[in-house]
Write a protein of this length. Structure first.
Length: 122
């Protein structure tokens, strides 16, 4: 159908369409079907579909967060580079594993904030 999930109108249209295809809806209202189809197409074209419970992060906030994440990534990389190559104690091993886990987390967060649109929970 092409409608994005999360939109009540698109979900209603999808339900109506499924009823029509399955034969449960014998006489569909062509006006309602056409109206819902146009509304779904308009929302897709404008791209103003925000998932429920989410809000769009502004570009300024997104770029500021991205700069902060990149700074923390560089700090973590430099801290990791200062560690000895061979860890002889369990605490050193745990510290290195924690830094590597933090690197993975930072890289995934940077990948999210690199996108042009970032949604956060409202």
């Amino acid at each position: 159908m092409g409608c994005r999930s999360g939109s009540a109108v698109c979900d209603q249209f999808r339900t109506c369409y499924e009823d029509l295809v399955s034969g449960r809806l014998i006489h569909p209202s062509s006006y309602v079907t056409r109206l819902l189809t146009e509304l779904c197409r308009e929302r897709q074209r404008t791209g103003n579909v925000i998932p429920p419970g989410m809000s769009l992060l502004s570009d300024e906030e997104r770029l500021a967060t991205l700069a902060l994440l990149e700074q923390r990534l560089q700090e973590t990389l430099s801290d990791l580079a200062r560690l000895p190559l061979v860890q002889r104690t369990q605490s050193a091993v745990r510290r290195k594993e924690a830094m590597e886990a933090k690197l993975v987390e930072l890289e995934s967060a940077i990948a999210v904030f690199m996108k042009p649109k970032v949604y956060i929970s409202a």
